[in-house]
Ligand binder design. Structure first.
Ligand code: ADP
Ligand code: MG
Length: 238
């Protein structure tokens, strides 16, 4: 379901080409991490996949369908934003229900999906709380819950943990990995944090200035970094 392919996808802002044409395949169910220094184009690449930016060239396919010119809502992907963007006046339950309400999903089905999402995210005891009564990590989970109920083909995360303190980050990292195992849905996860990349990814995509320097499993990148940039970034002593 959640196979995503990029074929010679490029992006320029005005005269500046921030992503020269690149090819990338993300397999169904994979946990893929885009990693690289600040400004290397990670968010732009994710936003191209999400449809929040138009490509300057190339083709995107999602689930074998041409998706290059589909609006974000038609791509079947769920973007989990860095800022939680929860409705402060609504309960956790209503926040999670909101996208289903908008889509006109029957109440009984909403209830079932909320219960499933809450169970998967350990939020069952917090459904009646408001976002202001939750910790940062819990709010992050609610944001993920709101994405889960739409049953997306893939989840897209852009540095979702960068607002959290170090201890919480470790916990949330494990929770997202656990969630990936439970749901077996494709996840694309952007970070500039090497440790996050190495501990969470099935496949790491190392970016530098919009160019893919290497794609591989954490172990492959560690053992066989293609160049000094990858070696330096991943931290193996080549
Ligand atoms: P990262 O997420 O890896 O930090 P970004 O994808 O945000 O990097 O940015 C990549 C490059 O594209 C940067 O040089 C940034 O300044 C530029 N850029 C991003 N978005 C825009 C935009 N809307 N207009 C112009 N330049 C942009
Ligand atoms: Mg970014």
């Amino acid at each position: 379901m959640g196979r995503i392919t990029l074929d010679k996808v490029s992006k320029s802002f005005g005269e500046v080409e921030v992503i020269p044409p690149l090819d990338l395949t993300i397999d169904d169910g994979e946990f893929v991490v885009f990693v690289g220094p600040s400004g290397c184009g990670k968010s732009t690449l994710l936003r191209l996949i999400a449809g929040l930016e138009d490509v300057s060239g190339g083709e995107i396919r999602i689930d074998k369908q041409p998706a290059t010119h589909l609006p974000p809502a038609k791509r079947g992907l769920a973007m989990v934003f860095q800022s939680y963007a929860l409705y402060p006046h609504m309960s956790v339950k209503k926040n999670i229900a909101f996208p289903m309400k908008m889509a006109g999903i029957p109440e009984a089905e909403q209830e079932r999906k909320i219960a499933d999402a809450a169970a998967a995210l350990n939020l069952t005891d917090y459904l009646d709380r408001r976002p202001g009564q939750l910790s940062g990590g819990q709010r992050q989970r609610v944001a993920i819950g709101r994405a889960i109920v739409r049953e997306p083909a893939a989840f897209l995360f852009d540095e979702p943990l960068s607002n959290l303190d170090a201890a919480l980050r470790v916990g949330m990292r494990m929770e997202i990995s656990e969630l990936h195992k439970k749901l077996a849905t494709t996840m694309i996860y952007v970070t500039h944090d090497q440790v996050e990349a190495m501990t969470m990814a099935d496949k790491i995509v190392v970016l530098r200035a919009g160019v893919i320097e290497q794609v591989g499993s954490p172990l492959e990148l560690y053992r066989e970094p293609r160049n000094l940039f990858v070696a330096g970034f991943i931290g193996s002593p080549k």
